[in-house]
Ligand binder design. Structure first.
Ligand SMILES: [Zn+2]
Length: 146
């Protein structure tokens, strides 16, 4: 359904906004209590419905990890129409790839750490608003996945 060589970084992050910064521990498939769920979007992209933090943890250690790195029997793939995409539309109308979200989350966190480096608090607030807006409101862009 998805080729084994498909990069995890091209999956769509299922949560709105930045990636949670302080994920503790590391991915351990022995301790996986439930499957990672992927949902096919109408456009053909795949969004992580359950398992966003686990995928982020894998990518933190290996940015080039592929779908093949996941235990096949612990991944549930739901085709378009087999899952409730209305909920996603309501909760996270502009899903972006992990690649995109990771890059822009890093920029947001960098700006937050560097608050004193801004000329004024107003300038800081404007920059934080700009970075947050990009993470939250930029329209979904499809990744090459076919
Ligand atoms: Zn798409």
């Amino acid at each position: 359904m998805i080729p084994e060589s498909f990069k995890l970084s091209l999956l769509q992050y299922g949560h709105p906004g930045p990636i949670i910064r302080r994920l503790k521990g590391q991915f351990d498939q022995q301790k996986m209590t439930h499957a990672i769920q992927l949902g096919e979007m109408a456009c053909g992209c795949w969004v992580v419905l359950d398992g966003n933090n686990r995928i982020a943890m894998i990518l933190r250690r290996d940015p080039d990890a592929t779908i093949g790195a996941l235990p096949e029997d612990r991944v549930l793939m739901l085709r378009d129409g087999e899952w409730d995409d209305d909920t996603l539309e309501w909760w996270n109308p502009n899903p972006q790839s992990f690649d995109f979200v990771q890059r822009h989350s890093a920029e947001l966190y960098r700006a937050r750490r560097n608050k004193s480096g801004f000329a004024s608090s107003q300038e800081y607030e404007v920059e934080i608003a700009r970075l947050t807006d990009r993470l939250t409101n930029m329209s979904h862009r499809c990744v090459a996945n076919r």
